[in-house]
Design a protein around this ligand. Structure first.
Ligand code: GDP
Ligand code: IMO
Ligand code: MG
Length: 426
């Protein structure tokens, strides 16, 4: 039995899609377990670039079972659009299975996401406005609509009526906006139901069967530890658990997980609001944004850029139980003369021993930096760890020392082959 979990260690966009696509070659099943179409995972295969929001990154291989687990929130229109997009590119999507327990994103979730953000004013989170938070809100308040309900016309009609009445009242009374027409939403979603029916099953039962038969499973995290509802920079987080959610969101027990891989970008980026101790608001930050094309896949927003923060990675390491780091985008730093790694936080003159829970504290910490010389050489063609420039190895090894996590993979480009492997994951 072999099940590998891939999670982001920073604020998302670390290159999880690339790492999952790389490891998927050795897997039989690839599972998304949380989040929804707030994710944007880019995978490059040869000269083709694929942008995936909901479909697991394993979809690009033939013959892999791809699962959207119970912990995912599914926008039916988006998943159908992605399926169509893949089919147009000649990718077979017949192996896609969607959990009958996954919650469905409704139009009122998207509108709520928008009006709530406006109402927050300068305290806005900077969400993707895809209805993710409001859908998880309904799940937690036990009024949500699941895939199994959508597949049952009677059940769905009843649940929609109840939910829509409550939401329309809220839109009118609190936000002063127009709500939704019952018949219109009902017909739209019953149409989706017919198109998705062939994909909807009990995915935990399916996964259980596969694992029992000795198949290899790969769990694809979306977002990242710093955006985790429990462990991230709350409230500037997403509404699911990227760090530890694989078991709950896929329907397997902790004893099934054999390894956890934490994806670390060689520097740090963040989209949306919230504290970011190593943020660079100067020319270096601008250089990294340009060199790394750091603009969001989902919303197109410019990503905030900063130095590598080993405090964040160390913290992600223990809350996520990370065995190995997959360090990506090393090549983006090829030309930077001097690099900095944050190895500690000072608050009111004293070193903090733990990652602060208080955002007030996190916003006020002073990063303790170590300066390391850059390597000023191209790395994107390198395939062996020992062939990396000495200063690049020094940079990676210092991160490993401070974070306490071993290096498993180093990525030097978006392509499948631009990958240096130091340890087997399966
Ligand atoms: P994800 O959300 O964690 O999957 O990351 P994104 O796909 O949003 O952003 C990562 C971007 O970096 C994508 O465009 C990848 O194709 C690209 N990428 C991944 N690894 C590397 C790498 O090692 N070097 C370079 N230059 N690009 C990479
Ligand atoms: P991947 O999987 C980067 C951020 C949003 C916002 C916050 C809450 O591509 O790494 P939400 O719409 O989830 O309620 O927004 O989380 N966010 C991401 N940032 N990468 C992502 O996904 C993200 N998914 C959500 O920008 O700050
Ligand atoms: Mg992304």
């Amino acid at each position: 039995m072999s099940a590998v979990v891939v999670i982001g260690t920073q604020w998302g966009d670390e290159g999880k899609g690339k790492v999952v696509d790389y490891l998927a070659e050795q897997a039989d099943v690839v599972v998304r377990y949380q989040g929804g179409n707030n994710a944007g995972h880019t995978v490059v295969v040869g000269d083709k670039e694929f942008k995936l929001q909901l479909l697991p990154s394993g979809i690009l291989y033939k013959g892999k079972t791809c699962i959207l687990g119970n912990g995912v929130v599914v926008d039916p229109a988006v998943v159908l659009r992605e399926i169509k997009g893949m089919q147009d590119k000649g990718i077979d999507t017949s192996s896609l299975r969607i959990s009958n327990r996954a919650h469905v994103i409704m139009p009122y979730h998207r509108l709520l996401d928008e009006v709530e953000e406006i109402a927050r004013g300068d305290k806005k989170i900077g969400t993707t406005k895809n209805g993710i938070g409001p859908c998880y809100m309904d799940k937690n308040s036990r009024t949500g609509i699941r895939m199994v309900d959508l597949m049952d016309k009677e059940e769905f009609s009843e649940k929609l009526k109840y939910n829509l009445a409550a939401k329309n009242k809220l839109f009118k009374a609190v936000y002063g906006v127009e709500g939704f027409d019952y018949e219109t939403v009902l017909n739209e979603y019953l149409g989706y139901a017919e198109k998705l029916r062939e994909h909807v099953v009990d995915t935990s039962a399916l996964l259980h069967e596969k694992l029992k038969a000795g198949k290899r499973a790969l769990f694809e995290g979306a977002q990242a530890t710093m955006l985790d509802l429990d462990h991230g920079t709350y409230p500037f987080v997403t509404s699911s658990n990227p760090a530890g959610g694989a078991c709950v969101g896929a329907g397997v027990g902790p004893s099934q997980i054999s390894k956890v891989v934490g994806v670390v970008k060689a520097y740090t980026t963040r989209v949306g609001e919230g504290p970011f101790p190593t943020e660079l608001l100067d020319d270096v930050g601008e250089y990294i944004r340009k060199a790394g094309h750091e603009f969001g896949t989902v919303t197109g927003r410019a990503r905030r850029c900063g130095w590598l923060d080993a405090c964040v990675v160390r913290y992600a390491g223990y809350v996520g139980g990370i065995d190995y780091m997959a360090i990506t985008r090393l090549d983006i730093l090829d030309k930077v003369e001097t690099l900095k790694i944050c190895v500690g936080y000072k608050y009111k003159g004293a070193l903090l021993s733990e990652f602060p829970a208080s955002l007030k504290v996190l916003a006020a910490v002073e990063p303790v930096y170590e300066e390391l010389p850059g390597w000023q050489e191209t790395t994107s063609h390198i395939r062996k760890y020992e062939d990396l420039p000495q200063n690049a190895r020094r940079y990676l090894e210092r991160l490993s020392e401070v974070s306490g996590i071993a290096i498993g993979i180093v990525s030097v480009g978006p392509g499948r082959d631009q990958t240096i492997v130091l340890a087997d994951m399966f």
